[in-house]
Design a protein around this ligand. Structure first.
Ligand SMILES: *[C@@H]1O[C@H](CO)[C@@H](O)[C@H](O)[C@H]1NC(C)=O
Length: 424
């Protein structure tokens, strides 16, 4: 069986080298195989502030109406290196079953982070992507709904020598701005939620989730899936909740369907320029898709890709910065942020190493100059050799004045969320 798998891989690689040379070259570039750090001036003189108590927070969202940042953090620095299904790490399900990360609120001016106290939720919480939307029943900015991925271990006993499995689900919470608590509404699970990475909510009862891999755990097929761009085996699923009423089990009172299929390494999701715009990252391909949701009230939830942008590094959770001071196209600094690790080729080694290094790049791309993604201006707004932040999976900008903003960057194995001032 194993040798059969090897020959399939060899055949695929041979085929790639023969017919798809440029694709392999692109994989080598995006995964940073030959990129070395430290390299030249990567802005090491920029003053960076580390925000205390923000350990291993994978995602970061700016809730514009309240002016606050929201993130989900592991809190305990040891869990991530022993259990993180998205990186194929299923080493310690026992530790995972006792782990309890939390949702944090960050004041972007005071650079302080507060852990919210859970109400009605006492299970394990292994954090990853989140989404934060305003509560539509209350005046804008008073309360939020938060969807959060939770990579629980599968409680089904495994045979001796068999690798543990994850049974990842989505948690839905409600938080009143200004309070110290967050109330759990329900857990969400469906067989289509297999390897969830990030979520995008269109209402408190409607959420999209990406599956980032087809294969789970330690396997050659999973490695192949990462480097072979033709492995378009991942999808985005839509989950519709019947109501916000309490449910007995996580799979009750909901329906789900595949909303986008045939994508390579589907990953982070972000809200775009309009209410119906969804940003979808294909991590290992270094690609951002700009896509459209169906009209509100439609019974079809399928996503349509409209445009695609490529950068030379892995792309994780994308975000959109809307310049609040723009008066017209000439002074509009609105743009997309694409954070990612710049040497993903070494991730297999570093992902279990608390002392490992994961250099980062954050791209800022300004769509104001042209309509098509190819016409946009894209530049690296922050780069680090892992000395100031280890890994980058989310980044947001907050305006500080004309052409000035504060950039926040966080990573799935970053000791802290960092903040720095940026000229746009
Ligand atoms: C939605 O997309 C899925 C996956 O590509 C496809 O199987 C399904 O037929 C689509 N549904 C509609 C209504 O277009």
């Amino acid at each position: 069986m194993r040798s059969a798998v090897y020959s399939i891989i060899a055949a695929l690689l041979a085929y790639q080298f023969y017919a798809l040379g440029p694709l392999i070259q692109r994989a080598v570039t995006v995964l940073g195989v030959f990129r070395s750090y430290p390299a030249g001036d990567i802005g090491t003189t920029q003053q960076v502030t580390s925000i205390p108590d923000t350990t291993h927070c994978e995602d970061l969202h700016h809730h514009v109406p309240s002016g606050l940042l929201f993130t989900a953090c592991e809190d305990d620095p040891s869990t991530r290196f022993q259990w993180f299904p998205p990186l194929g790490n299923l080493d310690n399900p026992k530790l995972a079953a006792e782990s309890r990360g939390s949702i944090h609120v960050i004041d972007p001016k005071g650079l302080e982070s507060r852990r919210l106290k859970f109400e009605n939720f006492d299970g394990a919480f292994i954090t990853h992507g989140i989404d934060v939307i305003d509560d539509p029943e209350l005046p804008t900015g008073q309360a939020v709904y938060i969807f959060a991925i939770n990579h629980l271990p599968d409680p089904t006993p495994t045979a001796k020598g068999e690798e543990a499995k994850a049974r990842s689900q989505i948690e839905l919470f409600h938080h009143k701005i200004g309070t110290n608590t967050i109330r759990h509404i329900r857990s969400v699970w469906h067989p289509l939620i297999r390897t969830p990475n990030d979520v995008y909510a269109t209402s408190p009862t409607s959420v999209y989730a990406t599956n980032d891999h087809y294969y789970t755990g330690h396997s050659i097929m999973r490695m192949l899936e990462d480097v072979y761009y033709g492995a378009k085996w991942t999808d985005t699923v839509h989950i519709k909740l019947d109501s916000l009423s309490p449910v007995k089990t996580s799979d009750a009172g909901l329906s789900a369907s595949v909303a986008l299929a045939g994508v390579h390494n589907n990953n982070g999701l972000g809200h775009g320029r309009a209410e119906d715009e969804i940003l979808i990252a294909q991590a290992a391909s270094g690609t951002l898709h700009i896509a459209q949701l169906p009209p509100k009230g439609s019974s079809n939830y399928n996503i349509t890709i409209l445009d695609t942008l490529e950068v030379d590094s892995v792309v994780d959770n994308p975000s959109y910065f809307k310049d609040p001071l723009a008066t017209g196209p000439s002074d509009d600094r609105s743009g997309f942020l694409l954070p990612g690790i710049s040497k993903a080729a070494t991730l297999a080694e570093t992902s279990r190493d608390p002392a490992g290094k994961d250099p980062v790049k954050v791209f800022y791309t300004k769509p104001s100059a042209g309509v098509k993604a190819q016409q946009w201006e894209t530049r690296v707004i922050f780069e680090d050799d892992s000395s100031r932040i280890r890994s980058a999976s989310a980044a947001v900008l907050i305006s500080l004045g004309k052409s000035k903003a504060r950039l926040f960057v966080t990573g799935f194995v970053s000791a802290n969320v960092i903040a720095l001032d940026a000229d746009l």
